[in-house]
Ligand binder design. Structure first.
Ligand code: SAH
Length: 268
């Protein structure tokens, strides 16, 4: 009988390959099968050996997505056949990435599995926009939240918005631009100050990364006017005031010299 292999759930970070951990690179170099999610920069696959089989299982880019249970079974089967499986997920595998479902499934089936952290997009986005997520003077915490699971009963949703609006922490919102109107309305109706600074960061760490700052009351209009599309992170809180009004940064990967748009501030 073959010695069973192992599955590594590896965070690919927000995009820039230089933000991978050394451990992620080491594990990728040993991979025999790589299962790649959406939002993983294809350049990261250069670290996998040429003999490794690479399968894209995400749903963007016109490809059909692979159902989650099919991904589970593929990983399990490959591990049982002795493969070294790397499951590459954008950002960190355990932040809004279903990484724990995969971990649980594999452990329940007796498969050895290990997680390698990646830099989550919310952290990279803040740095890309030039803002700290906490500040001794005004902000003592951070809340990472997805805009997607806010749906549910109206009651429940109102409570969630109230907790977010009144929590006093910097809000780092994932998957928010497609439903930005609902996000902004929810926070405003829950009593958040309409002048609270907000910043939207698109394609953090990838060329061309772009960030736009505005007030919470202008968030929806700004996203529509500037055509800010996924992948994007929305950061809301006093620290967002520290971001440049508009910043287009093509220096990621060191490909191009620093270039600022010179445009007038979008708002605020
Ligand atoms: N596990 C990932 C999050 C997956 S959810 C992580 O830890 O980062 C997908 C969402 O992440 C996107 O809708 C977007 O909100 C955010 N995201 C991922 N990559 C991004 C990037 N390079 N720039 C901005 N947002 C990004």
């Amino acid at each position: 009988m073959r010695t069973p292999g192992k599955v590594w759930l590896v965070g690919a970070g927000p995009g820039d390959p230089e933000l991978l951990t050394l451990k992620a690179v080491r594990v990728l170099r040993a991979a025999s099968l790589v299962l790649v999610d959406d939002l993983v920069n294809p350049a990261i696959l250069d670290f996998a050996p040429p003999r490794a089989v690479v399968r894209h299982v995400g749903k963007r880019g016109g490809r059909l997505s692979t159902k989650q249970d099919a991904i589970h079974r593929t990983m399990m089967q490959a591990a049982l056949e002795g493969e070294t499986v790397v499951r590459l997920k954008g950002g960190d595998p355990l932040i809004f990435g279903r990484g724990h479902e995969e971990l649980r499934y594999l452990r329940a089936h007796g498969i050895e599995v290990e997680v390698v952290n990646g830099l989550t997009a919310g952290l990279a986005a803040a740095t890309g926009a030039g803002i700290p997520l906490t500040d001794r003077a005004c902000c003592h915490g951070v809340t990472f939240v997805t805009a997607r699971t806010q749906a549910g009963s109206a009651d429940r949703e109102a409570r969630d918005w109230a907790a977010l609006a009144g929590g006093g922490t910097t809000l780092v919102i994932y998957m928010g631009v497609a439903c930005v109107e609902r996000v902004a309305d929810g926070l405003l109706r829950a009593g958040m100050d309409p002048d609270t600074p907000a910043v939207v960061v698109v394609s953090a760490t990838l060329p061309p990364q772009r960030s736009v700052r505005c007030a919470l009351s202008a968030l929806n209009a700004t996203v529509q006017r500037e055509k800010l599309r996924s992948p994007a992170i929305i950061i809301i809180g006093p620290v967002a005031a520290l971001a440049d009004p508009v910043r287009t940064d093509e220096t990621a990967f060191g490909l191009l010299p620093a270039a600022h748009t010179g445009q007038a501030p979008a708002c605020v």
